[in-house]
Design a protein around this ligand. Structure first.
Ligand code: ADP
Length: 251
């Protein structure tokens, strides 16, 4: 579903990702863990085309993300190509990023109506199903300011799902929440992971959740994968000293 090959990303002279390669299988649930600043969020932002890349290749659903073929030659992707590729991916951010002046329902229907041309009635029916799924059907007419952080994040999840992406990216989705609101968001994500065959990448500091959610855990440090494996192995029996010391500090 995703193939990352020799990816380099620099901000100025600072190399955040230094020749990173990994593949993600269809339906796989991946947790990206590691110290702050190790490049995890940058990977998600690159997949969402919110950041450019400095070098390397990324394939999504068999197509190049940042390159395309033109007259038999590989050239940088243009905006139309990026737009098409972006439609495969939904992202949920740490700070929700809901439209404050729109109702919950409008937050969810806006993109399907505007970017996919979905008829309003159909978009609204689908949005209500999604709100049902995240337990917020009674909040369809509320504004984001009337919701708790956990509720806002559940709306943000419904909004990303409304575009029916094949890949979902979750970036620290509980770290801006009060502790008592974390559980309701994790529950929704757990259900989603169990009930759909979507490919999911999760950046998190919630190690217990990563353990339950993921098929595979990648431990990053300084823009490289130090160690990867099933959660049982990474959390119970990490091989690398850097993984061990990170987990000692965080758990
Ligand atoms: P993580 O998610 O693992 O905490 P990030 O991907 O957010 O790490 O950041 C990796 C490094 O890249 C950090 O040192 C961060 O300061 C730097 N960085 C991220 N985005 C930018 C940017 N737009 N400009 C400059 N530096 C950035």
């Amino acid at each position: 579903m995703i193939r990352i090959d020799n990816l380099v990303k620099s901000f100025g002279t600072f190399k955040v990702l230094d020749g990173l390669s990994f593949d993600v299988m269809p339906g796989e649930k991946l947790a990206l863990i590691g110290p702050s600043g190790s490049g995890k969020t940058t990977i998600l932002r690159i997949l969402m085309t919110l950041e450019s890349i400095s070098d390397g290749h990324i394939e999504i659903c068999g197509d190049q993300l940042y390159h395309m073929q033109r007259n038999g030659r590989e050239v940088p992707a243009d905006e139309a190509h990026l737009h098409k590729m972006r439609s495969h991916i939904g992202m949920v951010f740490q700070h929700f990023n809901l439209f404050p002046h729109k109702s919950v329902l409008e937050n969810i229907t806006l993109a399907p109506i505007l970017t996919k041309g979905t008829p309003r009635a159909k978009a609204e029916a689908r949005a209500m199903e999604l709100l049902e799924m995240v337990g917020l059907a009674d909040k369809a007419d509320a504004r984001p300011a009337q919701l708790s952080g956990g509720q806002k994040q559940r709306v943000a999840i419904a909004r990303a799902l409304a575009l029916q992406p094949r890949i979902m990216l979750f970036d620290e989705v509980t770290s801006a929440l009060d502790p008592e609101l974390v559980e309701e968001v994790l529950l929704v994500m757990k259900r989603l992971a169990a009930e759909t065959d979507m490919t999911m990448l999760l950046v998190t500091h919630e190690m217990g959740f990563a353990h339950e959610f993921a098929d595979r855990v990648l431990f990053f440090d300084k823009g490289r994968i130090v160690e990867q494996g099933p959660p049982e192995q990474i959390f119970s029996n990490p091989r690398e000293e850097r993984t061990q010391s990170f987990l000692r500090k965080i758990i």
